[in-house]
Ligand binder design. Structure first.
Ligand code: HEC
Ligand code: HEC
Length: 418
């Protein structure tokens, strides 16, 4: 029998996955009878659920990059869970059978055994990574989903294992280190990817056209993986406001994840077409799901209310933050003469490195909508501000605000409430 030779803890996993009826799609809650305008609500929920399933589990056929070209299934089959967790990969506790959760709690799962990683993939429990495992327990393919970079877990079982938090950037994820495991890449490229570090990715370095990796810009300028909650009503997404959410989803889904589909933008000289297109028709549902992701409120007791009130005043008046961070979304991106054209800032205007923007369709930076700030340090597109004090100091210098230490502290308390 095929389990012979594996550690007994793997046996527990394999056994429990068999008992749990693996092979079915991850369970999606069905809309319940809620009365009222039920049909409409069901329709809306149905779309959100599709969107959620796409966000979490759809690879758009990007196995053509991760398996056929990068051959990631080969190194991943040799990586144990401790190593996988150390490069920031997360495990969805809800995808694990109860007996496996119990075994993990009791410390009975050997997390230094690579076969356990393969089992976790077979259970569809590795957030943002989809693996196919054959009858003999061999990992035969790997693909990735949006959740890889834009979901994390609440660590409720242990560090790296818990319930999914969709929309929260995975700032532990070391994409560069993971991709550098590929046996198919030249050493110089691997070395470059390894310099990115956790929580960063460079979406302007290369693109995949379905067959080849095309070089876009060099050397790479990795940027922070942003949280994508609280984007309802913002208007233009990405640090440089190249387009609305679906524009960017197509850019990443096709050119970066390597999905089988179309993306065309003459502004940046990129034209990728592949038939069938497994991306475009999914964009509306995916958009709808992203817009349901709310920014997490600040934890109780995480800020000083009196100081935050004073900070809010400073933000609006003396510090002048709200000239750009305006309205309920705290951005001026829609404040131009036409809602179809983003209102942007020259890099020098906000004291930012122009290099990344120069590689985009707009060449400028969008005022970042402020939300969930307590949750997602570092700040600015390049992560150049490790904490909120560094943000405030940046503006204090740039605009010669001469804020006192106490004013800076008050401003920070306000930022922690957003
Ligand atoms: C390999 C990591 C990675 C994957 C996978 C990924 N993204 Fe992103 N995403 C990024 C990075 C980095 C940015 C920042 C780009 C920018 O703003 O210029 C970003 C930006 C975004 C934004 C704009 C956020 C903002 O601040 O306005 C949205 C929305 C988004 N991604 C959604 C998605 C969706 C949906 C998918 C799946 C189709 C996806 N991403 C896949 C890394 C990733
Ligand atoms: C002239 C317009 C302008 C003013 C004034 C301004 N900002 Fe910004 N802000 C921006 C832009 C543009 C960015 C994006 C810069 C980047 O990512 O490189 C940004 C980014 C930020 C971020 C990072 C958010 C994140 O999620 O990474 C914070 C925090 C912030 N600003 C706070 C402030 C505070 C506090 C003030 C007042 C002291 C202020 N801003 C004044 C335009 C402005």
């Amino acid at each position: 029998m095929r389990l012979i030779g594996l550690a007994s803890s793997v046996f527990v996993l394999v056994l429990t996955f068999v008992m749990s009826g693996f092979g079915q799609a991850p369970s999606q809650q069905q809309p319940r009878d809620t009365g009222g305008d039920r049909a409409q609500q069901d329709d809306r929920r149905g779309k959100n659920q599709d969107g959620q399933a796409i966000f979490r589990y759809d690879t758009f056929g990007d196995e053509q990059l991760w398996t056929a070209v990068l051959r990631m299934h080969e190194p991943i089959a040799t990586v144990d869970p401790v190593t996988a967790l150390s490069v920031g990969l997360k495990v969805d506790v809800d995808a694990l059978p109860a007996a496996t959760v119990a075994a993990l709690r009791a410390g009975q799962v050997d997390l230094t055994n690579p076969a356990v990683t393969t089992e976790l993939l077979r259970l569809n429990a590795v957030v943002g990574v989809k693996g196919a495992v054959d009858q003999t327990g061999q990992l035969t393919s790997i693909g990735v989903t949006c959740a890889l970079c834009h979901s994390t877990v609440d660590n409720s079982l242990t560090r790296g294992i818990g319930k999914r938090l969709d929309g929260w950037a995975n700032l532990d994820l070391n994409v560069g280190a993971i991709v550098a495991l590929s046996p198919a890449l030249p050493d110089a490229l691997k070395a470059e990817f390894r310099t990115w570090g956790p929580g960063k990715y460079d979406p302007r370095h290369h693109a995949f056209d379905g067959t080849n990796l095309i070089s876009l810009n060099s050397p790479s300028l990795p940027i922070v993986i942003p949280s994508i909650y609280g984007l309802k009503g913002v208007g233009f997404e990405t640090f440089t406001a190249d387009g609305p959410i679906s524009y960017w989803n197509a850019y990443v889904g096709v050119g970066q994840m390597g999905g089988h589909g179309n993306f065309i933008d003459p502004r940046i000289g990129l034209s990728i077409t592949q038939t069938p297109d497994l991306v475009t028709s999914k964009l509306p549902a995916l958009l709808e799901y992203q817009l349901t992701l709310r920014a997490p409120g600040p934890p109780r007791g995480s800020f000083d209310e009196e100081a935050a009130k004073r900070g809010k005043d400073l933000f609006r008046k003396e510090a002048g933050c709200s000239t750009c961070h305006q309205g309920s979304a705290y951005t001026d991106v829609l404040s131009g003469p036409s809602k179809a054209v983003p209102f942007l800032h020259d890099p020098a205007e906000v004291g930012m490195d122009p290099a990344y923007a120069a590689r985009t369709a707009t060449g400028k930076y969008r005022t970042t909508p402020l939300r969930g700030l307590w949750q997602h340090a570092p700040y600015f597109h390049d992560g150049s501000a490790p904490d909120l004090l560094a943000v405030v100091n940046h503006y204090d210098r740039l605009f010669a605000l001469h804020l006192s230490d106490r004013q800076k502290a008050d401003l920070i308390e306000f930022l922690k409430t957003l």
